[in-house]
Write a protein that binds this ligand. Sequence first.
Ligand code: GTP
Ligand code: K
Ligand code: MG
Length: 441
Amino acid sequence: MRVADTIFALSSGGLPSGVAIIRISGPETRNAVTNLCGRVPSPRRASLLSIRNRNGEKLDDGIILFFPGPNSFTGEDCAELQIHGGRATVKAVLTSLGELQGLRGAEAGEFSRRAFENGRMDLVEVEGLADLIAAETEMQRRLAAEHASGGLSRLYDSWAKRLTHARAMIEAELDFADEEDVPGSVASSIWADMRILEKEIINHLGSARAGEIVRDGLKVVIAGPPNAGKSSLLNHLAKRDIAIVTDIPGTTRDILHVDLDLSGFAVRLYDTAGLRETEDIVEREGIRRTRLSMEEAHLVLLLSDMPTSDWASWLGTYRGPVIRVHTKADKTTATWPDGAVDATISVQTGVGMSELLDAISRYLPDLEAGSSLALPTRRRHLENLQAASAEIASALSMTDTGLDIQAEHLRLAGQALGRVTGRVDVEDLLDVIFSEFCIGK
Ligand SMILES: Nc1nc2c(ncn2[C@@H]2O[C@H](COP(=O)(O)OP(=O)(O)OP(=O)(O)O)[C@@H](O)[C@H]2O)c(=O)[nH]1
Ligand SMILES: [K+]
Ligand SMILES: [Mg+2]
C-alpha cells in the first residue's frame, strides 16, 4: 500500500443537521483520534468520547468509530466522528483536524479513489457508488446498487476469465505443435466458446440504451407550433409554475427542463420554443435550440391545438418516436380525422393526462422486477466493450494467419474488458471518474 497523506472531510450532507459525520483515512488516523478524543476506541465499536482541541477545550461529545486497515472502506486506517451537526461545531472539529501533522482536507472522491487504488473496489463499482449517491428514482437506485455491489464487474470478470482460458489453451497447443503425436485440436473447443462470448457481448451492448435511459432519464421533448400549450403541459406535469405561459405566440425562447419520476424511472421533460417561420432573431435562436434538443430526444411529444397536416414539417429531420397530442380539449370544437392524434389532453380539466403518461411509459425500458440490471451505462463502457467484441471477431476470422496472431487478438479483447473494470491501463481516466464525486466520498 502506498504511504499517503491522511485525509479528512465532512462526509454527511448539508449543515446544520442532527448528526454530522467526519471521516478520516490514512496512516495518521490513530494519532488524529488520540489527539482529539484521548484514545482510539476498539475496532468497529461505537464509543462515546469527548472531542477536544489542542488547548484541551471540549468541542463536542461524539460517537467515534475506528476501522483498522486493510478491512476498511479505503483499505487504510479509517475513523468516523459522529458529532452534532451545527456549523460551528463541525467547523471547530475540522479546524482541529487540519492543525494536526500529516492531515489535510480530502479532495472530491478521494476516499473512493483510495478504495480503488487499494483494490477495495473496481472502477465499475466506483461509478456505481457515484450513481447510488446521485440516484433519485427507484430504478436509478436499483441500477446503481447492482453496479456498486459488483454485479456488472462479475459479468466482465467472467468474460475476461474465458478469454484468459482460451489463450492458455492456445498456448498449450502451440507448445505441443512440434510433437508429432499430439493432435492439433486442443484449441478447437475454445473457438466455439469465443463465438458464444462475442454474441454475449453484442447482446449486452444492445442493452446499453436501456442502461443509459435508466441512469440519465428518458429525454422527452415537447414540441409544436407557438401557443400549442407546450409550456402549460410542462407546468402541469411538473405541478409547478416553471415556464412562463401567456397567450402570446412565441413566449418560450430558452429551453427549460424538469425531471419527473414515472413508475420509478427518471424522465426529463423539455419545454421548447414554438416552431414557425419568424424574422425575430431571438425567437429564431430559440427554434434552432428546439431542433437541437429534438436531435437528442428519446421521444417527442408533438402538440397541436387544431387539426393540422404540418406534423412532418414540425418534426424536420427528427426520426425517433413521436406522440401526437391534441391539446386544449376543453376548448377546441374542430373535429380531427380518425387516427390523426395519439392522445387528447386539456391542462385545464386534466383530461387525458394519465393516458398521456401511460403512452410515455411505453417508451421506458422493459425491466421486470427482479430482472438483471447489469447494464452498461457509460460511453467508456461501450467503447471498450465494442473494442473487445471487435478483437474477438478478428481472432475468429483470422483462421489462416496462425494461432499466435489469433491469441494476440484475444489478449487485446481481455485488455479492453480490463479497462472497463480498471484492472489495466486507466491512470488517465481516474481524474475524470473521481471528480464525479462530492467531497467526503
Ligand atoms: N383552455 C385551455 N387553454 C390552454 C390549455 N393549455 C394551454 N392553454 C392556453 O394557451 C395559451 C398558450 O399556452 P402556452 O403554454 O404558453 O403555449 P406554448 O406552446 O408554450 O406557446 P409558445 O411558448 O409561445 O410556443 C395560454 O393562454 C394558455 O393558458 C388548455 O388545456 N385549455
Ligand atoms: K404562448
Ligand atoms: Mg411556451
